[in-house]
Write a protein that binds this ligand. Structure first.
Ligand SMILES: C[S@@+](CC[C@H](N)C(=O)[O-])C[C@H]1O[C@@H](n2cnc3c(N)ncnc32)[C@H](O)[C@@H]1O
Length: 242
């Protein structure tokens, strides 16, 4: 298993594989000798070496299908209250980014079961989960999520076409009070999901779109960045009741 070290200072950061001699824009860095907590100095810069967490390691992950971004994953965290020990089901895995955000929170006492039907995305996501060191927390299956058998779930996240077709089954497999979150770029799918949730005993918490603007400061003037991603997707949150 590859190990990484994060070199960081007030202006720059470098995520490097350990055990190698690497040519960087700051000069050659020998990561074989670096311990976490060391000060690392090159001709051009000085860094502190720290152990990267799973979210830092996402930088090294490949993207196959479109991923859920931090701005949207953070809404799932804040609204559902997901915490250490929760049992989650996620589909489709895609590149595994949402599964990794969830796995990082539920930790070893919890579990994230994630389903990806396409072999090529399954392989990318499996590797990404290993890079982030979460293979003991996230169980990835190369299968159609319609066949899932897990029960007693605290949270189900669906980011795939026709998620509404799964609402009835999810309702039977969630704990009372458990959450279903459906992410999709299209409002038509959210409407179908809400109709299904109402039929199957969910309390609809909300449908949201979350827009985030980054700001930058240059030459003493600060303003929003003129371009960036605004619309990614809508999310509907529902909670299993009777
Ligand atoms: C937009 S991506 C998911 C991205 C993922 N949430 C992430 O953050 O990386 C949607 C994925 O769902 C998969 N998918 C669609 N229907 C599925 C099904 N019935 N079972 C399992 N995977 C499915 C697709 O192959 C695709 O990789």
């Amino acid at each position: 298993m590859r190990e990484y070290v994060l070199l960081i200072n007030s202006e720059e950061k470098l995520l490097l594989e350990k055990g190698k001699v690497i040519n960087t824009k700051f000069g050659v860095i020998d990561t074989r000798k670096i311990e976490y907590g060391d000060i690392v100095e090159t001709k051009k810069a000085k860094f502190i070496a720290i152990k990267p967490n799973p979210i830092d390691l996402l930088q090294k992950c490949r993207r196959g299908a479109q991923v859920v971004l931090p701005k949207d994953a953070s809404q799932i965290v804040a609204i559902t209250g997901i915490t250490y020990g929760w049992r989650c089901l996620d589909a489709g895995t895609g590149s595994g980014f949402l599964a990794i955000f969830l796995g990082n929170i539920v930790g070893r006492k919890g579990k994230v079961y994630t389903y990806e039907k396409r072999k090529e995305f399954y392989k990318i996501a499996k590797r990404n989960i290993e890079i982030c060191g979460l293979e003991k927390v996230i169980e990835i299956k190369n299968d159609d999520v319609k066949k899932f058998r897990e029960r007693n779930l605290d949270l189900v996240t669906l980011d795939m076409k026709n998620a509404h077709e799964l609402v009835e089954k999810v309702a039977k497999r969630l704990k009372p009070g458990g959450w279903l979150v459906v992410y999709s770029p299209h409002i038509e799918e959210q409407i179908r999901v809400i109709d299904e949730m109402k039929k199957h005993g969910f309390h609809i918490y909300a449908t949201i779109e979350n827009l985030q603007r980054r700001w930058k400061s240059l030459y003493g003037y600060t303003h929003p960045e003129p371009s960036g991603i605004l619309h990614t997707g809508f999310m509907t949150f529902g909670r299993k009741t009777l």
